[in-house]
Design a protein around this ligand. Structure first.
Ligand SMILES: [Mg+2]
Length: 165
């Protein structure tokens, strides 16, 4: 099913980088809001920052792809992390992911997407045949639009969590 992620994780920093590499992953596309930073904030959580540094040490490419409307914030975060970014990406549509893969010079089979939303991050990745990892949102604070979508997302998450137990 095109909504179900390849893997579930509690948070970005819980994801096993060696496991990703053994799956043939060479590059990671990261979501911003509620994945590596609180919604609408520009401060990346220290644990996420450390994990990103470890990924880089292992030779993995990284790219930030965000639907956030305020593009200047996305650019500031990406600049600080020293990685490229796509702003106002329009996920689940594929243009942002395709651009990130082109910049990282990797194929869909070598790409992993990590995000906190099923209907944008995961659906977009699955449509392109990427490895997809759904994390739990960092906090409950988010846009009213996203909160509505969570009503549909929550039962799906519960079902997948039960299945992976
Ligand atoms: Mg998000």
């Amino acid at each position: 099913m095109c909504l179900e992620p390849t893997l579930l994780a509690k948070a970005v920093w819980e994801i096993d980088l060696d496991d990703l590499r053994s799956r043939g992953v060479k590059g990671i596309i990261l979501d911003l809001d509620n994945t590596i930073a609180y919604w609408n904030e520009r401060e990346v959580l220290p644990q996420a920052r450390e994990w990103i540094a470890r990924a880089r040490e292992r030779g993995l490419a990284l790219y930030l792809v965000s639907n956030a409307f305020r593009g200047s914030r996305v650019r500031a975060v990406a600049g600080e992390l020293g990685i490229g970014c796509v702003r106002r990406a329009g996920k689940p549509f594929g243009a942002g992911y395709r651009r990130a893969m082109k910049e990282m010079k990797i194929s869909p089979a070598e790409t992993c997407v990590i995000g906190d939303q099923v209907f944008t991050d995961i659906l977009g990745g699955n449509r392109l045949g990427l490895t997809t990892i759904l994390v739990e949102p960092l906090a409950a604070r988010e846009s009213p639009h996203t909160r509505l979508i969570r009503l549909i997302e929550r039962p799906l998450r519960r079902r997948w969590a039960r299945r992976s137990e």
